[in-house]
Design a protein around this ligand. Structure first.
Ligand SMILES: Cc1cc2nc3c(=O)[nH]c(=O)nc-3n(C[C@H](O)[C@H](O)[C@H](O)COP(=O)(O)OP(=O)(O)OC[C@H]3O[C@@H](n4cnc5c(N)ncnc54)[C@H](O)[C@@H]3O)c2cc1C
Ligand code: HEM
Length: 394
């Protein structure tokens, strides 16, 4: 799956040479045995981790149930990257830097590695041989080294988290709120990137949100948050947070940025609050003097849900290089009818554009399919990962 292009440079080198083909084969074969048992392994993994190393328990959210397999799923997938040293270093570097917000220390890595291997051994049963154990230990060591050194380098240059005071909030209807925060320390990011946020009401529940603005001189960031029914963090941000509350931001992530574009013409496709990073990108184009032609398609199920359209129309009035079209899929309204992917197929061609896609995962996936069928090269299609960054690596 194509992920956004990372923007960082100066990544650390892997501390150990890549694994041999045989070791990679052993890891892949054993992964296929244990992956279907990931739910059980997760429960066991956390049970032994917290029993053997109670000091790491406070790093994790309070309510840990079988669904909370983020770390373990990450571990299983990332070890799968071991035959791709370039991506391994890139993504584990990101992951290591991002782990600073959890409070992870270098000393925790052996503990997690020991419990991972013990859990895999238990569930793989007779399939777990000494050779397989050695291959996993080596792979884990390579990944851990990259994460540890990336975190150490990052520590030298910036904070792990940025407290940020909520300075403005506007309810936009349909369960969407615009929330503006002012970080207490300078917070550098690129338009189009996303930020993980922790609220005071759900400690250690980090969720990603995309600033809807290019970097501002006053340092504030505005997020468009949609309350997901039953969602912990989004409900709190939309219905509970008030001016004066202090949130915590993790380091910015993602490579859906203007510098990733190679063409002068940009196609931006946004569904729902997916408009946020696209709006930031459009502000960035304006900041740089409008040297791109931008076609923006906004999608929603109904006309009422066509979120942010007035704001974008105002922008289009100011910027001759910006064209906006709204597509509504479940209602007849004057204008374009249909889902975003269908509408894209009708317009175009788009093969000479850089494409920025943002919105619900099914929309992004099908829009991408349509565009690739129409001749757009996958490397010119930029979008955020759908879930955990590492799980969406190429
Ligand atoms: C890169 C990235 C950028 C994002 N940017 C934004 C943004 O700008 N604005 C924004 O509002 N959200 C954004 N999200 C989604 C956001 O990170 C959270 O996933 C979302 O707010 C739900 O978190 P929660 O804690 O409220 O729900 P949780 O407590 O995590 O989940 C509660 C329930 O809701 C379900 N659920 C979770 N997310 C969704 C969803 N999106 N739609 C329907 N059901 C869901 C879960 O499966 C679960 O059953 C982004 C996600 C990613 C990966
Ligand atoms: C090779 C080693 C490791 C890998 C590959 C790894 C991978 C991951 C991944 C992919 C996530 C999900 C990130 C997200 O959802 O944003 C995660 C979450 C997390 N990791 Fe790690 N991790 C490693 C080591 C560690 C260590 C040593 C600790 C410290 C105890 C740790 C603590 C955490 C915590 C606290 C979370 C958040 C869990 C949650 O919200 O449920 N990780 N890890």
């Amino acid at each position: 799956m194509a992920a956004a292009h990372p923007v960082d440079t100066g990544e650390p080198e892997p501390a150990e040479p890549p694994l041999s083909d045989h070791e990679i084969h052993l890891i892949r074969t054993s992964l296929s045995v244990v992956e279907p048992l990931a739910g059980d392994i997760t429960v066991y993994f956390y049970a032994i981790l917290f029993t053997r190393y109670p000091a790491v328990r406070p790093l994790f959210p309070e309510g840990m149930d079988a669904q909370r397999g983020r770390l373990l799923r990450g571990l299983l997938r990332i070890v799968d990257l071991v035959d791709d040293p370039e991506n391994l270093v890139r993504f584990c570097g990101h992951l290591g830097r991002d782990h600073r917000k959890f409070g992870t220390l270098a000393a925790h890595f052996p503990a997690v590695g020991e419990c991972l291997l013990a859990s895999l051994a238990r569930y793989a049963g007779p399939a777990w041989t000494a050779d397989i154990a050695a291959a996993w230990a080596k792979a884990y060591g390579v990944v851990a080294d990259v994460m540890i050194s990336a975190a150490a380098e990052d520590e030298a240059v910036r904070p792990a988290v940025w407290p940020a005071t909520l300075v403005h909030r506007v309810a936009r209807g349909h369960g969407i709120a615009e929330i503006t925060v002012r970080p207490h320390e300078p917070y550098e990011y690129d338009a189009g990137q996303y930020v993980s946020i922790e609220t005071p009401w759900w400690p250690k529940h980090w969720r990603s949100y995309s600033p809807a603005n290019a970097p501002r001189e006053d340092g504030t960031l505005t997020f468009h948050v949609r309350a997901v029914p039953g969602g912990s963090v989004s409900e709190a941000l939309v219905h509970r947070a008030v001016v004066g509350d202090v949130l915590r931001l993790g380091a910015p992530m993602g490579g859906m940025v203007l510098d990733a574009a190679v063409h002068g013409e940009l196609l931006c496709v946004a569904g729902g609050t997916g408009l946020a990073p696209v709006r930031a990108l459009i502000e960035e184009v304006a900041r740089r003097g409008g040297r791109h032609q931008v076609d923006l398609f906004l999608g929603a199920r109904t006309g009422d849900e066509l979120y942010g359209v007035d704001d974008m129309l105002r922008m289009a009035q100011r910027h001759h290089w910006l064209t906006i079209r709204g597509a509504v899929s479940h209602e007849y309204v004057p204008g374009i009818r249909g889902s975003l992917p269908d509408v894209l197929a009708e317009y175009g061609p788009w093969y000479q554009h850089d494409v920025f896609l943002s919105g619900p995962a099914p929309m992004v996936v099908s829009a991408k399919e349509v565009l690739v069928q129409g001749g757009t090269l996958p490397e010119h299609i930029h979008h955020d990962p759908f879930e955990t960054p590492v799980l969406s690596t190429p």
